[in-house]
Design a protein around this ligand. Sequence first.
Ligand code: FAD
Length: 318
Amino acid sequence: MAEVLVYVDHVDGAVRKPTLELLTLARRIGEPVAVALGGGAADTAATLAEHGAVKVLTHEAAEYADYLVVPKVDALQAAVAAVSPAAVLVPSSAEGKEIAARLALRIGSGIITDAVDLEASDEGPVATQSVFAASFTTKTRVAKGTPVITVKPNSAAVEAAPAAGAVEALAVSFSALATGTKVTGRTPRESTGRPELTEAAIVVSGGRGVNGAENFAIIEALADSLGAAVGASRAAVDAGWYPHTNQVGQTGKSVSPQLYIANGISGAIQHRAGMQTSKTIVAVNKDPEAPIFDLVDYGVVGDLFDVVPQLTEEVKAR
Ligand code: FAD
């Protein structure tokens, strides 16, 4: 069976959930071989093996620190040369997409970004994408070289599938470019304690209907009762009510959670582009004609200032 390289996103050896989702998808198209780089790379092996990695290629070097992408591209290129995989899967983060694009260029192949599903075919892996502001769902296949595919978080379930997970050291020689960039400073963002927007299983969003920065407290209260991330429409972000880092949509982040709750959001195509692939969509809107209701699994016609606090209390009571 063909091997499929999976780029491991980890923090000091703790594997992040989108990588485990990639292992589920990788098993559909071949045997997953994980590539873990940087400090704690070897510590990822047990978790990766539990989720189906037949092999874990590791390389630890100071060059991988600080979110610099070129050293990681060098390492993945070395892994492609060593394994000749059927595909390379990378999580669809900002970093992952840059790594994937550079890798595809290096190895002279094609790239598919933001896939939401993967299936095997005789001609190679076929990716499902939601494109043109979610107006179309496409099936795409790379016709030349080793396909490099980035996959949106929450596109697949995390599944236990114990495998050998043999750890092997990857031989990497860094390119001149790898040392050409340096991080000169960093300002950590204050943590909200909430999950990362693009990785959260539940997202609770607010739009213009929230009517003020101070009112986002009721959106946050619902999010916290559910252990969810908070999202916002562009109208809310442009009004200065919530940070741009939380914007969902065409010019914001693309999310695909198990549950998306849109509050006071009309459902403009540009907003839908960032959340339409959510598994279950709930909307609270006082206008029964709001376009968001064309999209939802459950809709509540009502004033969010009545509905959302009641919902929060109900969730907390359970
Ligand atoms: P509105 O469209 O004004 O809707 C507010 C909704 O709240 C209404 O449906 C109203 O009935 C409801 N409401 C009001 N009060 C209450 C209440 N008390 N209780 C319940 N419901 C209430 N938008 C994005 O979101 N993300 C993007 O990334 C994005 N990118 C864009 C890119 C481009 C190039 C362009 C042109 C636009 C983009 N937009 C984006 C903007 C988009 O077109 C819409 O303007 C925006 O999504 C509207 O936000 P909204 O739904 O919060 O506001």
